[in-house]
Design a protein around this ligand. Structure first.
Ligand code: PLP
Length: 377
């Protein structure tokens, strides 16, 4: 289906459907076959599922269309497989710029590149544009998150992506927190956009998947070759579930963003809360930038209850509706204290709770948080 002029809320519903023929299914089928009838010289037709299966294609087309990409997305077996594939463009002994606050396992992967491949890793405050631009000098690749996990810092994407391009630095933007409905970094000049599809895109906390997407034909070929060589493939059923989840992305994002902004405002006024981080708040350091470059403020909040790490743990123990769990972007609201992980950046405050706002009734979510905060304090 040709979808050039449709709004993203329509694309999530319409993309990746089978051709409209009499008797055709409305949804694409799941093909469970590791191998395909194929003989003689290779190069035509499907061959073996590690190299490609028709069940990836509808999701890849839909995500490619949402990111406004020249190519379909490349789906991987997890967000981390997508991170590893994207970071495979960093040369041995090259220079990689990363946010000091970012998904901790992505930062761990960068450290692994430093240890095993002699890569110089420059950790920067991604919200400090001058610092990042200085770090781009002489760099090969920059990995950008915006908003960052878990600090919700907002990078100046148009300026950073332009500065990287001027310097010949390849840029990778992790768009997991924002989703393509809220920002489309390829349009601002990013080379690769990646997702943990496990989060908002699939949206139901029932699959682990990742994806990369690019406008660049060579990068697209490299990402596909990486997937085949490393066997970093997604199972057909998971990709089908992700496409099913994607159909409601616009509704889920609209609802959870609205609730997140409402909860941020209520939390900021609560006496048992020392600090709230969410770009929707007028006083948040990322507010103005986010208002300019994003279509909404995202649905993840950073909250520091009074009472330090103990106070934060007490809130997690006292909630009844919110689920104490890692991950984010599901229909159900979750929360966790990030520094419970020994590997989380030490500049993330010990008492920071990361809240992922789902699609439940906002007053129910608030009532549960408020009783937990009252009990904990
Ligand atoms: C921003 C971000 N990028 C990448 C990942 C890794 O994704 P996955 O868990 O699907 O491997 C995560 C997971 O939490 C994440 O939050």
């Amino acid at each position: 289906m040709d979808l050039p002029d449709l709004a993203p809320a329509t694309v999530v519903v319409s993309a990746g459907r089978p051709d409209r023929e009499q008797g055709a299914p409305v949804n694409p089928p799941i093909v469970l076959s590791s191998t395909y009838v194929n003989q003689g010289a290779t190069g035509t037709g499907l061959l073996y599922t590690r190299m490609g299966t028709e069940t990836w294609v509808p999701f890849e087309e839909a995500l490619g269309a949402l990111e406004g990409a020249a190519h379909p997305a490349v789906v991987f077996g997890s967000g981390m497989a997508a991170v590893a594939a994207a970071l495979s463009v960093v040369p041995d002994r090259g220079v990689l710029v990363v946010p000091r606050h970012a998904y901790q396992v992505s930062l761990g992967y960068a450290d692994d590149l430093a240890t095993r491949h002699g890569v110089e890793v420059r950790r920067v405050d991604i919200a400090d544009t001058e610092q990042v631009v200085a770090a781009l000098d002489g760099a090969d690749v920059a990995l950008i998150e915006s908003p960052t996990n878990p600090m919700l810092e907002v990078a100046d994407l148009p300026v950073l992506l332009a500065a990287a391009r001027e310097r010949g630095v390849t840029t990778i933007v992790d768009n997991t927190f924002a989703t393509p409905l809220v920002q489309t970094p390829l349009a601002l000049g990013a080379d690769i956009v990646l997702h943990s599809v496990s989060k908002y895109l699939a949206g139901h906390s029932d699959v682990v998947l990742g994806a990369c997407v690019t406008n660049d034909t060579d990068l697209d070929a490299r990402l596909r070759a990486y997937r085949t060589l490393h066997g970093a493939i997604a199972g057909p059923f998971e990709v089908w579930l992700a496409l099913r989840g994607l159909r409601t992305l616009a509704l889920r994002v609209e609802r959870s963003q609205r609730s997140a902004a409402e909860l941020a405002a209520r939390l900021a006024a609560h006496p048992a809360v020392a600090e709230v981080r969410h770009p929707s708040l007028p006083g948040d350091p990322g507010h103005e930038r986010a208002a300019q470059q994003m279509r909404g403020f995202g649905s993840v909040l950073g909250v520091r209850p009074v009472g330090g790490a103990e106070g934060a743990d007490a809130v997690v123990a006292a909630v009844r509706l919110w689920t104490p769990a890692t991950s984010l972007g599901g229909v159900e609201s979750t929360l966790e204290r990030r520094r419970r992980f020994a590997t989380e950046s030490t500049t993330v405050p010990e008492d920071l709770l990361r809240l992922s706002v789902g699609i439940e009734d906002v007053d129910d979510l608030w009532a549960d948080l408020a009783q937990a905060l009252d009990r904990a304090s």
